[in-house]
Design a protein around this ligand. Sequence first.
Ligand SMILES: N[C@@H](CCC(=O)N[C@@H](CS)C(=O)NCC(=O)O)C(=O)O
Length: 191
Amino acid sequence: MITLYDADRCPYCARTRIVLAEKGIEYDTVVVDLDDRPRWIYEKNPTGRVPVLEEDTFVLPESAVINEYLNERYPDPPLLPDDPGERALARVLIFRFDDLSRPYYALRRGEDGARLRLDAQLARLDELLDAQAYLTGREFGLADIAYVPWVLRARDRMDVGLDQFGALSDWVARLSDRESVAAEIDVVAAL
Ligand SMILES: N[C@@H](CCC(=O)N[C@@H](CS)C(=O)NCC(=O)O)C(=O)O
């Protein structure tokens, strides 16, 4: 049985919740209080961060790595393209995710200029989504999952309008039709 060390408000955890839901994997949740982290979480992950996935005696931190692991261990439905080139490009996007997260967290901290820098990153995604239906390529997958938790939180909790980004807005609408992402919209609404 899989256990996910989890926190509702954590967008990195949301990534893994979406993958688990997409694949229909049953799992137990252990909620970690991020404001008062238990000492034992450092035994699971020396950084003390969530998510952490546990499967029997196997313990794995880092959302991007967890999600690749789940995709390989539970291949159906696949969340990376068959084509090696497309797969590599999806991984580049995941690898460069901090280009978005840096201005996102800067805006959360109220730093000057952060909104402009976040908008520039949203514009970059918008441009990409003008050329292809999903960040992962032709089909929904791990790159979409890597980004959507922050886009939802920016829209629903930080008043970041997406209307000026047509392709990005369409992408959010398409993703919102998926049960896995709709569940996360509910999580965000309840934060
Ligand atoms: N690189 C990690 C980042 C995880 C992360 O930063 N989690 C946050 C919650 S959203 C956390 O546990 N923060 C506690 C802390 O930094 O002390 C991943 O992708 O899993």
